[in-house]
Design a protein. Structure first.
Length: 205
């Protein structure tokens, strides 16, 4: 009987440690929703320009994330993300119908994670905040050739991670990214806000 009790205790201990996760690699995909998205005009107000002469539109987004969880409720995460948007030019500038051209937003940054449950639990809700940069690449340009405009900002949000097997997991994220508006146009007001709504698949070690 004593041997059975010892074996049961060891089995439970092993099962608990099996769910522990120190290092994680994630791929996320989802929506990029922009607000306060008028980025200004090539014209001044005196010339008839409007803050909405150029706007960035909603699009899709994907990201790669690596997380290191070194405390029971704390973690650290770095990410690269790509968002596809449309640069909309108003009819006041085109002289006809408004036009749209595809462009990219590249992002990278660091986030601190605060988990709501202990390390090793299957479901881990979390809150997060961090710093980041965004490289806005206008139509016809390339980030590799230095054609983008870099802006630094911050982000915050939350989500849930769930371990599905001993190796694989799923997650959901909702975050807002805030940066100054790119391209330094006339009549720009406030900061650009980008909301991420995404789901992801990960490998957990």
């Amino acid at each position: 009987m004593r041997k059975l009790v010892v074996m049961a205790v060891l089995a439970c201990a092993g099962a608990g440690s099996a769910w522990g996760q120190l290092f994680e690699v994630w791929f996320n995909g989802g929506q990029s929703l922009l607000s306060n998205k008028g980025i200004g005009s090539p014209l001044t107000a005196a010339q008839g320009g409007s803050k909405n002469d150029y706007q960035l539109e909603d699009g899709f987004r994907f990201s790669f994330r690596m997380a290191l969880n070194n405390e029971s409720h704390f973690g650290h995460e770095v990410q690269y993300a790509y968002s596809r948007t449309q640069l909309r030019t108003s009819s006041a500038l085109t002289g006809g119908a408004a036009t749209e051209q595809g462009m990219a937003i590249h992002q990278g940054g660091y986030n601190f994670l605060l988990y709501g449950t202990n390390e090793g639990t299957r479901i881990r809700p979390f809150a997060t905040g961090g710093v980041m940069f965004a490289n806005y690449v206008p139509p016809g340009s390339s980030a590799t050739s230095g054609g983008g405009d870099n802006k630094f900002g911050f982000n915050y949000g939350g989500g849930v991670k769930m371990r599905v097997t001993s190796l694989f997991g799923l997650r959901v994220d909702v975050r807002q990214y805030t940066t100054p508006k790119p391209f330094n146009l006339e009549i720009r007001e406030g900061w650009l806000r980008q909301t991420e709504i995404s789901a992801g698949f990960g490998v957990l070690f």
